[in-house]
Design a protein around this ligand. Structure first.
Ligand SMILES: Cc1cc2nc3c(=O)[nH]c(=O)nc-3n(C[C@H](O)[C@H](O)[C@H](O)COP(=O)(O)OP(=O)(O)OC[C@H]3O[C@@H](n4cnc5c(N)ncnc54)[C@H](O)[C@@H]3O)c2cc1C
Length: 382
């Protein structure tokens, strides 16, 4: 698999322009990293997966993974914009020619942002099949009613990919049937049936809850066939998991590097703290786990790029990498002693940021349930 050395170096160079103080200031205000996202967009990194015919670079998923890993490895936060990489895939794979021509070149140029993904709802949680937001056909429109939660970046995106129920659930019907994907143009919708409310979280993530009150969306914005939306969303989830896993590997590398440097530099009792096994072993263990997770990310990428849909590997990569990044975060904060808690070291910020990936976009338990059922043949647990 290609290493994308040049892309990695160029991303690292770009990220060097957004050092710790930039992120700390935003973190304090819970503000969106507009300058960083603009720089990534203008350099074409967020459109590497868009085919050349639509103005992107037409690179494979491993290029996107390399970019996001480097972003995290540099101490930046790709969570501000990573969704464009995977939401766009749903449009690319299942959208009509007219939809692709209408949106993808503008997304590639950076004139349109496709950063919001509305799936999770407050009452259904991980059980997507029981979501309650409805899209009722009315002439040449759909009328949307309901609520989504954790719709990240909604305030900083022009478009939202929305999953809603178009056919009411009836007895005997598969719970994930009757759901459809719509592309919502939020520029026109806010104030006309769409309300966005920010949710403050333990890290700066620009996440929101959104309310739909008779929002009218043109029927032309339906992606693919009505009622098959769950399948379209699922088809993009492996890519999403692999990319988040790559980000976690980047985080783990950042934490390990910081921990190693500090363990060498900091002297207590007349010698570097890193000379103590109690300090060096957790860092060494975090390193080994990061490398193992990295191998699983590569395996998932190589299967994905060979045309299979590697559900097991994508899930394992996401789980192992999220565990590796959190273990590295923990070792890093411990290595720094009290300074690990000081804002100016950036460790506590990155610690909070990487904790998310134990829960989103899919929690560890659900990954284990997937492996139990689909790989090990154990009874379905839910
Ligand atoms: C900051 C942030 C950003 C997010 N961004 C987005 C976004 O942009 N778009 C979007 O659609 N969603 C987004 N999400 C939602 C995210 O995907 C969900 O939070 C996640 O999938 C878990 O769902 P839930 O919060 O409803 O938890 P629940 O489904 O309520 O689960 C709660 C806990 O119970 C466990 N659990 C539930 N069922 C089982 C079971 N059967 N067996 C064992 N354990 C179980 C889970 O593992 C979890 O730990 C985001 C979430 C956060 C926090």
């Amino acid at each position: 698999m290609e290493a994308y050395t040049e892309i990695r170096e160029a991303v690292a160079k770009l990220c060097a322009g957004f050092p710790g103080p930039y992120w700390r200031a935003l973190d304090r205000e819970m503000a969106y990293p507009t300058a960083f996202v603009t720089a990534l967009t203008e350099s074409g990194y967020l459109s590497v997966l868009i085919p050349e015919d639509y103005g992107g670079s037409g690179l494979p998923l491993s290029a996107a993974a390399a970019i996001l890993e480097e972003v995290q490895r540099a101490g930046c936060n790709g969570g501000a914009c990573h969704a464009q990489m995977y939401t766009m895939g749903t449009l690319l794979r299942h959208g009509s020619e007219a939809q692709k021509a209408a949106y993808l070149p503008a997304v590639a140029e950076g004139r349109l942002r496709l950063q919001a993904f509305g799936v999770t709802e407050p009452s259904s949680g991980t059980d997507t099949g029981s979501l309650k937001t409805t899209a009722r056909r009315d002439g040449d429109h759909y009328v949307i009613n309901g609520q989504k939660i954790w719709t990240s970046r909604a305030e900083h995106s022009d478009l939202m990919l929305l999953l809603a129920r178009t056919t009411p659930r009836t007895e005997g019907m598969k719970r994930t049937d009757g759901l459809s994907v719509l592309l919502v143009d939020m520029r026109e919708a806010v104030g006309h049936g769409l309300t966005i409310r920010p949710i403050r979280t333990m890290m700066n993530h620009a996440t929101t809850e959104v309310f739909f009150d008779n929002l009218r969306v043109p029927a032309d914005n339906l992606i693919g066939e009505e009622g098959k939306g769950f399948r379209y969303i699922l088809s993009g989830m492996n890519a999403e998991r692999i990319l988040i896993a790559a980000e976690c590997v980047g985080d783990a590398k950042w934490f390990i590097d910081r921990a190693r440097t500090y363990a060498v530099d900091r002297s207590v009792f007349g010698r570097p703290i890193g000379a103590n096994q109690g300090v060096q072993f957790p860092i060494a263990k975090a390193y080994a786990n990061m490398r193992a997770a990295e191998l699983m990310v590569r395996e998932a990428l190589s299967l994905y790029e060979s045309g299979t849909n590697p559900g097991a590997e994508a899930n394992m990569a996401k789980m192992l990498a999220a565990d590796a990044s959190f273990e590295a975060a923990n070792a890093c904060i411990q290595t720094h002693g009290g300074f690990g808690f000081a804002e100016e070291y950036d460790i506590e910020r990155k610690f909070r940021e990487t904790r998310l990936y134990q829960v989103a976009p899919i929690s560890t338990n659900l990954i284990l349930a997937y492996l139990s059922e689909h790989v090990l043949g154990l009874p379905r647990a839910y």
